[in-house]
Design a protein around this ligand. Structure first.
Ligand SMILES: Cc1cc2nc3c(=O)[nH]c(=O)nc-3n(C[C@H](O)[C@H](O)[C@H](O)COP(=O)(O)OP(=O)(O)OC[C@H]3O[C@@H](n4cnc5c(N)ncnc54)[C@H](O)[C@@H]3O)c2cc1C
Length: 383
């Protein structure tokens, strides 16, 4: 006869119904990790009708995230567009490159599009439900119940909100944490021309008093650039048709001629000829308002007899210079899977497992939120 301790260690908890909300990067990573760990009741809900409609720019992934993707069996060549680990910081004075400082990044660059596709293609059939916009979550009658814009409902024991910067989950669970516009914009472009000899990630740093920074890197079929520039809330509306708190991402169809003209003018005023010409010649443009948020104080909430958690940008959208947004989401997803796996395989108390996950990952999310304004200040960007 087995001892009580042995019995506890081998106790398995099956049938945990998990709903993941958001089909961009953090959501699919979470769903895949759970699937690989043996969870067989995972559903991924994405608001947009198709799961990969957006062009998305460069994202730096650190070794910790790369290793998690490796464990999922996603080969790096599928989502890392170039091999270089080098970052070149170039100071610019009167539109001329002045000093160069080359260093190595402990990671590799991907693009949102490549990574999203690599993850989405691996989702087992039937997991992803597109066109399902979550609008509410209730739990007063027992299990958490998700409500969708189309009138449907879905029950789950655990709801994982990975629904990004303008998260519905955050609005429902943590309503006092609002987004604040930081006063500048990450204008993004994907040029179809390649800069001759471009192998590395280049960061052009005009005088900090100019309030600008320009990054570029090679991507398949061209060059990806990001140009950080100040813009008042009224200018943002003029550029992208809605306030930054409402339109946190401006897709190509939102970029007005006024935005193009202003970005081209700043490029001509601040960047060397070659980079100014690249900006001018770029047709496909997007933008992201740079936003701040109060640091999170928790990641887990009880809902009826179950739980809900916030993860990735839904928990803590961070300024892009931190290069931590996607990394945080992937690392949180792996930590959450480990905690849930202890519950599933060995009967660990679910609430305690989730608390342990929060205890481990909350400080990193808080640190990234706090780092953003410091880095922005260093580059003369934002308030
Ligand atoms: C210019 C720029 C540079 C960046 N560089 C880096 C970098 O170098 N390194 C890094 O780690 N990060 C970087 N980031 C941040 C990174 O892009 C984000 O952190 C990451 O994309 C967040 O992924 P996510 O899946 O958590 O959220 P999102 O990508 O925002 O996805 C949220 C998903 O949820 C869906 N959704 C929203 N609401 C609902 C709803 N109610 N119901 C159902 N679905 C919903 C959305 O349609 C979307 O698909 C950068 C960001 C920008 C803008």
């Amino acid at each position: 006869m087995s001892s009580p301790i042995t019995a506890t260690r081998h106790h398995t908890t099956s049938g945990l119904r998990v709903a993941v909300v958001g089909g961009s990067l953090t959501g699919p990573t979470t769903a895949l990790l759970l699937h690989h760990a043996g969870f067989d009741d995972v559903t991924l809900y994405e608001a947009t009708p198709a799961s990969a409609p957006l062009g998305g720019g460069l994202i730096g992934l650190e070794h910790s995230s790369l290793d998690i993707l490796d464990q999922l069996g996603v080969p790096q060549h599928e989502f890392v567009p170039y091999e270089s680990e080098a970052v070149m910081d170039i100071s610019v004075c009167h539109r001329r490159p002045e000093t160069e400082h080359r260093h190595l990044y402990a990671g590799r660059n991907t693009t949102w599009t490549l990574l999203h596709q690599a993850l989405s293609h691996r989702l087992p059939a039937g997991i992803l439900h597109t066109g399902k916009r979550v609008t509410g979550l209730t739990g007063e009658h027992g299990q958490p119940l998700l409500h969708f814009a189309d009138g449907d409902n879905a029950q789950a024991d655990l709801v994982i909100f990975a629904d990004g910067r303008a998260s519905t989950g955050r609005r429902l669970l943590d309503p006092h944490r609002q987004l604040h516009y930081a006063g500048y914009v990450a204008h993004r472009g994907q040029a179809t021309s390649s800069q001759p000899g471009l192998r590395d990630f280049l960061r052009f740093e005009p005088d900090p008093r100019s309030g600008a920074q320009f990054n570029l890197a090679p991507i398949p079929g061209g060059t990806d650039w990001t140009f950080y520039l100040g813009a008042t809330p009224d200018q943002y509306i003029d550029f992208f048709g809605a306030a930054p708190t409402r339109r946190v991402f401006a897709l190509p169809q939102h970029v007005t001629p006024a935005a193009r003209t202003a970005v081209d003018a700043s490029a001509r005023q601040l960047l060397p000829d070659e980079q100014a010409a690249l900006v001018h010649d770029t047709q496909t443009r997007m933008a992201a308002a740079v936003m701040d948020i109060d640091p999170p104080t928790r990641m887990v909430w009880p809902v009826g007899t179950g739980h809900a958690v916030l993860i990735g940008d839904a928990l803590a959208p961070v300024r892009p210079h931190t290069a931590r947004g996607a990394n945080n989401g992937i690392e949180q997803a792996a930590g959450l899977t480990a905690a849930l796996n202890q519950h599933r395989k060995y009967g660990a108390d679910l609430t305690t497992a989730l608390d342990g996950w929060q205890h481990r990952h909350l400080p990193a999310a808080v640190a990234s939120v706090q780092l953003g304004p410091k880095l922005g200040h260093r580059y003369g960007l934002g308030a």
